[in-house]
Design a protein around this ligand. Structure first.
Ligand code: NAD
Length: 361
């Protein structure tokens, strides 16, 4: 695979291949863009079939983090790391400490975090070698489970969508269909229920459905039936790629606003939603609460401060809607433009030399 071709195509800064034989470590750290600040992004542990698959995944994910952090208004760039190994079989103290030393060697250009296949315990091992890690045990000042923060941000973003679609940000009396009442979905349901929304939920986990019915008087439908529910807002909080040519024609909603990552199967599905007059809250803008929360750890975690920042997702969604109208483009494209405009503008300011900060030591 021609790594430099991929780097050039999407403007990557650095890709680091990390190898340690005794620890069994094969890892890749990708730093996409640090215009706004150090690259923050999770560490994924996955038994990739080929090295090409791992490189492809880490580049794709790192670039996504640049856009997510920029659109969230954070002073962070985008990065990601992968360890090529099986999380069920190959974990060890040595493995994560070896990885931690590579993170440390980058001097703060990359800050790692939990992701698919890694846990708080793994982050604690990494923390033994570097301070450039978030999501460690709460005993070390971590922010803990990000789901309540993510759900709070989705609720705020949903209100901004409601203001645009219905003329009022109030969700009282609105019918909201939530796909997936897991960590984020349950927390979101609570905010909506407290505000007086009427909930319809689906989940493949019957216990989760029963809890939502009992706690939030939610109506339950079969997992496949959620796309057909007549509602004001459809909220995907389970899986990616749920907005696709098969499901979009079935939707009877004015707004799609949920926590799931990569909701659009492809860009053309974002175009279809736009053409159908359905307001889509771009996933990486509306679900940035967890990232904003964990980023607060870098300043010494303060929950009140973090949640105050997360309220800003309302304004971020308003900005996306504004750009979508200004440039007559679907919201998923407007989100990218919001991020790119911010990176461009802040990058311009950094061109002024500051002797205190920019001079060689
Ligand atoms: P979770 O695993 O706790 O919850 C997902 C729920 O979806 C589970 O209850 C599961 O049973 C259900 N589900 C799975 N397949 C389903 C289907 N076909 N139909 C209906 N329900 C189904 O995960 P989570 O932490 O709540 O995250 C939900 C989504 O939000 C994921 O896509 C995740 O990547 C994304 N996300 C989460 C966070 C966070 O802070 N946890 C942050 C950003 C994005």
């Amino acid at each position: 695979m021609e790594v430099f071709v991929g780097m050039q195509k999407h403007g990557f800064e650095q890709v680091v291949f990390c190898y340690n034989e005794s620890a069994g470590l094969k890892a890749i750290i990708a730093i996409h863009d640090t215009t706004l600040g150090p690259a923050l992004g999770g560490l994924r542990m996955w038994p990739y079939a080929t090295e090409e698959d791992a490189v492809f995944d880490v580049l794709r994910l790192a670039r996504g983090m640049t856009y997510k952090a920029a659109a969230a208004g954070l002073n962070l760039g985008g990065g990601k790391a992968v360890i090529i190994a099986d999380p069920r079989r190959d974990k060890s103290e040595a493995l994560f400490r070896a990885f931690g030393r590579f993170v440390q060697s980058l001097g703060g250009r990359y800050i790692t975090a939990e992701d698919v296949g890694t846990t708080v315990e793994d982050m604690d091992y990494i923390h033994m070698e570097t301070d450039y890690v978030t999501g460690v045990s709460t005993a070390y000042g971590s922010s803990g489970d990000p789901s309540p923060a993510t759900a709070f941000g989705v609720w705020r973003g949903m209100k901004a969508c409601a203001k645009e679609a219905f003329g009022s940000e109030s969700l009282a009396g609105k019918r909201v269909a939530i796909q997936g009442v897991g960590h984020v979905g349950q927390n979101l349901a609570r905010h909506l229920y407290d505000e007086g929304a009427r909930l319809v939920v689906s989940d493949i986990n019957e216990e989760a459905v029963a809890r939502a019915r009992a706690e939030f008087r939610a109506e339950a439908v079969d997992p496949e039936a959620i796309y057909d529910v007549e509602c004001d807002i459809f909220s995907p909080c389970a899986l990616g790629a749920v907005l696709n040519p098969e499901t979009i024609p079935r939707l009877k909603t004015r707004v799609v606003a949920g926590a799931a990552n990569n909701q659009l199967l492809s860009d053309s599905d974002g175009d279809t939603l736009h053409e159908r007059g359905i307001l889509y809250a771009p996933d990486y803008v509306i679900n940035a609460g967890g990232l904003i929360n964990v980023a607060d750890e870098l300043e010494g975690y303060n929950r009140d401060r973090a949640f105050k920042k997360i309220t800003g997702i309302y304004a971020n969604i308003e900005k996306v809607i504004g750009i979508s109208k200004r440039d007559r483009i679907p919201t998923y494209r407007a989100a990218d433009r919001l991020a790119e405009e911010r990176i461009g503008l802040i990058g311009q300011q950094k061109r002024m030399h500051l002797p205190c900060c920019d001079a060689p030591a």
